[in-house]
Design a protein around this ligand. Structure first.
Ligand code: DLL
Length: 433
């Protein structure tokens, strides 16, 4: 099933012409409304008239997460504040979140792209769909919600947590579709088994999984244990949220809504564009957004593009699974965590040495984060109460900065191994097979 044939199945020439026209308009918009882009373009001796086709995109400057941070909170916004109708935010590396403002038009685009995804999974108005992504500043909940609702299915905004209630609703409402992180899907399967339920007690037939990396083996396991067809859903808040790309029934790469989000693959070292089939860093230009449009945003996600036609009939370019990142961002229970966020919290507290280690694991399908940190000699004490209090203070601060709980382990002075070269701050024991 295809939601919008005219946009998902157009000829490559038509697509390139549309992208070129939209790119020119976008460049005019940011040149006139965003001083950051005007200055960057002037430094390159570029004017909007120089950008006339999609091939001209390589002349434009890149945008990085650092640029967003430097222009915190809304320096890259192109629309007046009165035109912004929604704000989402994602984690930054040093406590500053990335703020993304959406105009009414942006929300329409997002809803459209999200609906394309759910339609490609085979969702119809006859489905009853549970959205188990977090609702709030994270884009997962509301992004999936509006797409499912636009298709006309019944939405159950279950959000995260509340696993027992979720299971009960799955069973009692005969829910047929679910959107959540792939690790939460496995967690639900385990909880179901613990509660004496089997896949025959529920009616799930389709799932939209994303917000974190997953594998073909995880797909097979989720499909088997929940009795559904599992599809990939990709996106990022800076670009719009879930719906930037999505799998079709062929389950071979995720189609990019490239009439709205123009993809490029670059070599993260040389920044040179790479041809289809080559793995590199994914870069997006938001061709139609008006709230916070971005030119050549470096996602840091490593993947490759598939440019051959797909058997489903869509002509949009596909991207392969994300195989990693070119920075140190971790995704823990669907939440983006940078080791530097932990570091900045530790450095603010005089009780600790700047010696710490993050141990990430996956236990019973749930990601866990342990933070080991050395207590300074002057503060180290045999008194249990004092140490428990210190541990709680750090745990509370970490929770407020990271938005997830960490198991804090206080260590004796000089107990965490120092490295001579590049320090190892993260041990990720999760093996995504
Ligand atoms: O995770 C948006 C989203 C919500 C996508 C729900 C899909 C479903 P952010 O919090 O900004 O946005 O995190 C974006 O998560 O750059 C990838 O590294 C990773 N990511 C998102 N989807 C996938 C996926 C949402 N399907 C970052 N596979 C991205 C692998 C993914 N990684």
């Amino acid at each position: 099933m295809i939601w919008n044939k005219s946009k998902e199945c157009m000829s490559r020439d038509e697509m390139a012409a549309l992208q070129g026209k939209r790119l020119h308009k976008l460049v005019e918009l940011v040149y006139h409304n965003v001083p950051f882009y005007r200055e960057k373009m002037q430094a390159l001796d570029l004017a909007p008239e120089d950008i006339n086709s999609i091939e001209d995109i390589v002349k434009l400057p890149f945008t990085t997460k650092q640029d967003l941070r430097d222009n915190y909170p809304v320096g890259l916004q192109a629309a007046n504040q009165s035109e912004i109708v929604r704000v989402h935010a994602s984690s930054g590396t040093t406590g500053n979140p990335t703020i993304v403002g959406y105009t009414r038009r942006d929300l329409e685009i997002w809803k459209e792209c999200s609906a394309r995804a759910f339609t490609s999974y085979g969702v119809t108005r006859d489905d009853i769909f549970s959205v188990g992504y977090g609702y709030g500043l994270f884009t997962g909940g509301l992004g999936a919600h509006y797409g499912v609702e636009y298709v006309g299915a019944t939405v159950i905004p279950t959000s995260t947590g509340n696993t027992d209630k979720h299971l009960r609703l799955l069973r009692d409402l005969k829910i047929t579709g679910i959107a959540c992180t792939p690790s939460y899907a496995l967690y639900l399967a385990e909880a179901m088994e613990r509660n004496g339920m089997t896949r025959n007690d529920i009616a799930l037939r389709v799932g939209a999984f994303g917000a974190e990396p997953w594998t073909e083996n995880m797909r097979a396991e989720i499909e088997e244990r929940l009795g559904l067809q599992a599809y990939n859903l990709y996106g990022l808040s800076e670009i719009i949220g879930p719906g930037v790309s999505y799998e079709c029934e062929c389950k071979h790469g995720s189609h990019i809504s490239e009439d709205h989000f123009y993809p490029e693959i670059i070599d993260p070292e040389t920044l040179q564009p790479q041809p289809c089939g080559t793995t590199g860093e994914l870069v997006f230009t938001t061709l139609t957004k008006t709230g916070m449009p971005l030119l050549r945003y470096r996602t840091k996600d490593l993947t490759s593009l598939i440019c051959e036609p797909c058997a489903c009939g869509r002509t949009n370019v596909r991207m392969t699974r994300i195989i990693g990142r070119s920075d140190d961002m971790l995704i823990i229970r669907g939440i983006n965590v940078f080791p530097s966020q932990v570091e900045s919290v530790i450095l603010e507290m005089p009780e600790f040495e700047p010696a710490y280690m993050l141990v990430v694991d996956r236990i019973n399908s749930l990601d866990t984060l342990q933070v080991q940190v050395e207590v300074r000699k002057d503060y180290f004490s045999d008194e249990l109460g004092a140490m428990l209090q210190l541990r709680k203070r750090l745990a509370d601060k970490l929770k407020s900065v990271l938005s997830i709980s960490a198991d804090v382990r206080l260590m004796e002075p000089n107990s965490i191994p120092r490295s001579e070269g590049k320090s190892v701050r993260v041990i990720d024991k999760r093996q995504l097979k």
